[in-house]
Unconditional design. Structure first.
Lengths: 192, 197
């Protein structure tokens, strides 16, 4: 049981190991807060869709399972999108088109297809929690690195000494590629 | 920011180069890294995206302004767009398989992959977010797709050369690809602010 929970965090980490869901990881990780918010929105969608799909796994005919998954996932995405717009409009603005784009996030679809439609509700729930933690952890970590180097702050608290010159590039698009490139190299170096 | 006030040339330039969908906007990166280790596949995917984006965004534009807005159902945008695109791609595949067999052989295997290519959905969303009119929306999507084609083909060319280069073992494969993409993104960033876009 614990294995279902922890596999998403390191062994099958959706971003670093399976290489899925790269777009939001790079695009919204300019600050730690944005990364965390994206992780939470993503976790909500993955939890909801994994539970509903595994509840309905006997009712959905095999031939039309993909459209059925899409409808279920897009329902949760719409809920997340509109809740963010209503309660946290500034976050909704900075995450922009990437909230509705969770609907084509390969991780959500991948877990539905590979896991939720074959396993019990409880296991799917654990699977979603593990995957969400793995995703949120990495996206927040990249956000922290980019914010610290590009702005000298973490979660808006200044951490760097006063004479630190921020590398502006880290919060611009090229910095996103650079951060994940080095993070992956580090992961290969450590876990080899 | 793209709007209806710009002329067509500037809309295409902005969508294709200045706000390149892959390198500046970070959309559709899965296919960007997944396919670009093969030049031929990159060209095929680029062409398939070009074709599908132009057609499907026009259809979603009609769905949005013809059905969703008059009936006050704009909150169904996400669900209706993805279903429209999935259906359209399926029909296109059947249609060109029957009538344009040579084209099918060239694009065939990339068409099903396109349903999960977020560039298609993102282009449709961005077109409606910018509130473009019908003609501008078409040219905007042409620019987005052209930008996708340009970036993925350039990147595939660079990656073919990288395979021959001696690279430290930790960086082999994806890490060096990301760093290459970072440098490409940097060069595209150089266009930022051109014509105030």
């Amino acid at each position: 049981m614990l294995k279902e929970l922890t596999k998403g965090i390191i062994k099958e980490n959706p971003i670093l190991v399976i290489m899925l869901g790269l777009c939001p990881t790079l695009a919204v990780s300019t600050t730690a807060v944005n990364g965390l918010a994206m992780g939470v929105a993503f976790a909500f969608v993955l939890l909801g869709s994994n539970i509903v799909i595994s509840l309905l796994r006997k009712a959905i005919p095999d031939q039309i399972r993909i459209p059925a998954f899409i409808v279920i996932i897009s329902t949760f995405v719409t809920i997340a999108d509109y809740s963010l717009k209503a309660y946290l409009p500034f976050l909704s603005k900075s995450l922009g088109v990437f909230v509705p784009l969770i609907v084509v996030n390969c991780i959500v679809m991948g877990r539905a297809e590979a896991y939720a439609c074959k396993n019990t509700v409880f296991n799917s729930f654990l699977d979603a929690i593990g995957m969400s933690i793995g995703f949120t952890m990495i996206i927040t970590l990249i956000g922290v690195i980019r914010e610290l180097l590009g702005n000298g702050t973490i979660f808006n608290y200044a951490l760097m000494p006063a004479n630190f010159t921020p590398f502006l590039i880290m919060i611009l698009p090229p910095g996103g590629f650079l951060a994940i490139g080095f993070l992956m190299a580090l992961k290969i170096k450590i876990f080899k | 920011m793209v709007s209806n006030d710009l002329n067509i040339f500037l809309i295409i330039l902005s969508a294709m180069i200045i706000n390149n969908i892959l390198l500046i906007k970070f959309i559709a990166l899965c296919s960007f890294f997944g396919i670009s280790n093969n030049m031929q596949a990159s060209v095929g995917m680029g062409l398939a995206v070009l074709f599908v984006i132009c057609m499907s965004s026009t259809i979603t534009w009609i769905v949005y302004y013809g059905i969703l807005v008059p009936l006050n159902l704009t909150y169904l945008r996400t669900a209706s767009y993805i279903l429209t695109i999935a259906t359209f791609v399926q029909f296109t595949e059947m249609f060109i398989k029957k009538f344009f067999h040579a084209l099918y052989m060239a694009l065939g295997i990339y068409l099903p992959l396109i349903v999960v290519n977020c560039a298609i959905l993102a282009a449709a969303f961005l077109g409606t977010d910018y509130e473009l009119n019908f003609i501008n929306n078409l040219f905007y999507n042409l620019g987005v797709a052209g930008g996708y084609f340009l970036a993925i083909v350039l990147f595939a060319g660079i990656r073919e050369r990288i395979m021959l280069a001696p690279i430290s073992p930790s960086f082999k494969g994806y890490p060096i690809a990301f760093i290459t993409a970072s440098l490409m993104s940097l060069s595209f960033l150089g266009f930022k602010g051109l014509f105030g876009l």
